[in-house]
Ligand binder design. Sequence first.
Ligand code: 13P
Length: 256
Amino acid sequence: MTPPQARRPIVAANWKMNTGPADGSELARAVAAQDLPFAQVDVVLCPPSTGITSVAAAVRDSPIAIGAQHVYWETDGAFTGEISVPMLSGLAAYVIAGHSERRQLFGETDDDVRRKTLAILAGGLTPIVAVGESLDQRDAGQTLGVLRSQVTHVFELLTPEETAASVVAYEPVWAIGTGRNATPQQAQEAIGWIRDTVAEAQGSTTADQVRIQYGGSVSPENCEELLSREGVDGALVGGASLDAAKFATIVRAAAP
Ligand code: 13P
């Protein structure tokens, strides 16, 4: 039996609602100028929608990929304010779906996340599906159930190939932007639950292939111990990704 191929780590910068076209491309150039282990780690920058074009141009000559923070699942039409997957053609390779800020502040449901994920895959892009429990849910011992429900909702409808090509980001809501990261043990345990859930839906071979990141207050100080854990396949980074040197330190920590 051939051993499963090692999963390639992926570190993505979620700039959230920060940077416009000019300062975004400046930050992207600063990231590209860092010493990054591109041979071992996939590096993704997710600027706000208005910065996607300029940031994509700024990193055109580097292996850095671009991700969008949000899309709508329809391809075109009367949907004021939205962007679609085809509009990202030639610009982005990834799209974040199900970020807790979108779930909490903009009312995105598991059904919405599922529709978005299907549309992203249908358009040939890679979804980064974010899941995670709130503090109340963790304190009530509901973390496993919450993760199982969020993951199953998206992945039960995908083919094994689509699942294997997807990325999951485990982002406990209480760790996002709080400076309080999950402990390496908590991150590893939750990521293990997520992989087990994918295995139940799609089989263990597929679950061995899907990459699962950790996100939530990842910093240069804690990245080594988080990213060196078996099963943690990289990071989705918010605040620290707005600083090129800090982000580079995190990318380097993801290299095997
Ligand atoms: P912070 O790294 O700022 O906690 O944000 C994490 C996040 O939400 C990435 O998507």
